[in-house]
Design a protein around this ligand. Structure first.
Ligand code: UDP
Length: 324
């Protein structure tokens, strides 16, 4: 007997965002099929779900043919290396999952007559010449720079998603995700928050790249997941920004993290990565209008929740390191 529950496939389901989506869909009464090849995902992010009968894990590379028996109501395509350090180390996999993986995930959605939601990115805007970034801005991306593997893969993924919508009439959605943080970020993924928090908690120097005047706008993960869940259930086919518009310099962000941890760490400056965007802030007027969505968490509340996770994980890791 097939289940009467709605069923969702989440690619990259063992990753930071993917695992939070698994939690959300389960809480909404869906059956969840989580796919991940675990190159940047981590089984610890989903181990609390492993005993549930409404949760299934497929250890699968989504650039290969995807077969899932039974009905599927939604496909959420979140598989990809997603931090600058990861996609510099995994450039071919990043291109493949954005291109071939998106093709396979769309093929699955088409076969099952399921809705499809693509996790796209603010990186589509590159080093933006328009600020804040609205969805109708086409971006300023260097296709042959080191970040191009991620930016162009996601831009291709958007084009492929629109083609499946136009040609095959798949009910597609595209979210452009801006900087997001929260529990289950990988400690060593190289992004600003995990780097700064781990460094501050260990009392090491906090590494700000460049002069720290570049800006970002940080969204707490629960807010992001709420926006994505609403977008899936909307009728909006064109890309929609989801992120928190409160913008700050990276230097300010580093200082706030040092203060909150109560650390004595000092800031040291290192060279700025190639093509590092100078500014980034989402214009969320569209999400407000069509989804009635806006972020609820202020930075300090989100950072405190994230800090609890980092303290715990660093404690666990230190013990494991001692045993090894
Ligand atoms: N950054 C930094 N120190 C670090 C890691 C990142 O100063 O140890 C900077 C990075 O150069 C960028 C910003 O923080 O300007 C955000 O970087 P992240 O890797 O989190 O993501 P991005 O927004 O660049 O995709």
């Amino acid at each position: 007997m097939s289940s009467q529950k709605s069923r969702v496939v989440i690619t990259g389901g063992a990753g930071f965002l993917g695992s939070h989506l698994c939690d959300r869909f389960l809480a909404e009464g869906w059956e969840v099929i989580c796919m991940d090849n675990l190159i940047t995902g981590d089984l610890r992010n989903i181990e609390h779900l492993s005993a549930r009968s409404d949760f299934h894990f497929y250890h699968q590379d989504v650039t290969e043919f995807i077969h899932v028996p039974g009905k599927i109501d939604a496909v959420m395509h979140f598989a990809s290396p997603a931090s600058p350090v990861d996609y510099l180390e995994l450039p071919i996999q990043t291109l493949k999952v954005g291109a071939l993986g998106t093709h396979k995930a769309l093929g699955l959605a088409r076969e099952k007559n399921a809705r499809f939601l693509l996790a796209s990115t603010s990186e589509c805007y590159g080093d933006p010449l328009v600020h804040p970034q609205r969805e109708d801005y086409w971006g300023n991306v260097n296709p042959v720079g080191p970040r191009g593997v991620y930016d162009e893969a996601k831009r291709f993924a958007e084009a492929m998603t629109m083609a499946y919508h136009r040609y095959h009439k798949v009910r597609t959605r595209i979210v452009r995700i801006f900087n997001t943080y929260g529990p289950r970020m990988r400690l060593n993924d190289g992004r600003a928050l995990p780097a700064f928090m781990s460094q501050a908690l260990r009392g090491e120097d906090v590494t700000v790249f460049g002069d720290g005047s570049q800006t970002r706008s940080f969204c707490y993960v629960d807010d992001l997941v709420e926006g994505i869940y609403r977008l899936l259930h909307s009728d909006e086919v064109y890309p929609t920004n989801i992120g928190n518009p409160s913008e700050m310099t990276i230097e300010q962000f580093a200082r706030r993290i040092i203060e909150l941890t109560g650390s004595k760490s000092k800031i040291v400056h290192k060279s700025l990565p190639v093509d590092d965007p100078k500014v980034r802030q989402p214009d969320i007027a569209k999400a407000r209008r069509i989804l009635g969505w806006e972020p609820r968490y202020d930075l300090d509340t989100g950072l405190k929740k994230t800090l609890e996770y980092f303290r715990e994980r660093l404690g666990v890791d230190a013990k494991q390191g001692a045993k090894a």
